[in-house]
Design a binder for this molecule. Structure first.
Ligand SMILES: *Cc1c(COP(=O)(O)O)cnc(C)c1O
Length: 238
């Protein structure tokens, strides 16, 4: 079973390297975030021991449990990528290195207030709803500048980038056009002196398109760990 994970990791690393090559980019410019939600700490540890450092979780309870189980893995970088309710921010402020799913000022204000003094600033990305689907989290692109400006004022928070989950599609052009929205927003913010170095976009099925549109971090679950059959038993979706 571990052999499967290692083969999968190699396969994903090759897909990233190939996509970078085709787009004349350095593969060091694309971070692989292993999305380990619903999979056990032992899988994370196995990948960690091969040198994989960045792991993503969607549920606060899972983050708490896995963080405790892997506290000896000192170089492990935890990314919280799921919807975050304002009454659950404290654990994330204490345990995560990154939060990708910021879509409300209130949530990031709480993270700022609750980030422990002894830890480095919490890295955050604003989640943008690039498809306009009502079911999707994230703010609309035209709200981004205002939220970004406010986040930049908050202590103990470092605004690093933008994140999106596009509308699923087999149409590469449709996917690319959604990823382009993130890149254009990044330029728009830049013209207002807000410099972001991360575009968190691309998942198992579309990482090549995301990289061709400028992704600097791909969030990969299924292609590494296999398909998710269960939700964490004691955790409602949050
Ligand atoms: C689950 C999840 C992923 C991983 O998706 P796969 O298609 O399994 O690679 C990426 N980003 C977010 C926000 C997720 O919730």
């Amino acid at each position: 079973m571990m052999a499967t994970i290692f083969t999968a990791l190699q396969g994903v690393q090759e897909r990233i390297a190939d996509a970078c090559l085709r787009n004349h980019r350095e593969s060091s410019g694309v971070v692989l975030l292993a999305v380990s939600k619903t999979f056990p700490s032992s899988d994370i540890r196995a990948l960690y021991l091969t040198g994989q450092r960045n792991f993503g979780e969607n549920y606060v309870q899972e983050l708490i449990e896995k963080h405790a189980a892997l506290s000896d893995c000192k170089a492990l970088v935890w990314h919280f990528i799921g919807p975050l309710q304002s009454n659950k921010t404290r654990s994330v402020a204490e345990l995560a290195d990154w939060v990708h799913s910021i879509d409300r000022l209130k949530v990031v204000e709480r993270l700022s207030a609750q980030r422990p003094e002894h830890l480095p600033d919490l890295n955050v990305c604003i989640q943008i709803n690039v498809s306009g689907e009502v079911s999707k989290s994230g703010i609309s692109p035209d709200e981004c500048l205002e939220l970004a400006s406010k986040i930049c004022q908050l202590p103990r928070i470092k605004l690093r980038g933008l994140m999106c989950i596009p509308e699923a599609s087999r149409d590469a052009v449709h996917l690319a056009s959604q990823f382009k929205i993130l890149r254009n927003l990044q330029s728009q913010l830049m013209s207002h002196d807000i410099t972001l170095d991360v575009l968190s976009m691309g998942m198992s099925s579309d990482l090549e398109i995301a990289i061709s549109e400028g992704s600097t971090l791909v969030r990969i679950g299924t292609a590494l760990f296999g398909s998710r059959t269960t939700k964490p038993s004691d955790t409602p979706p949050n």
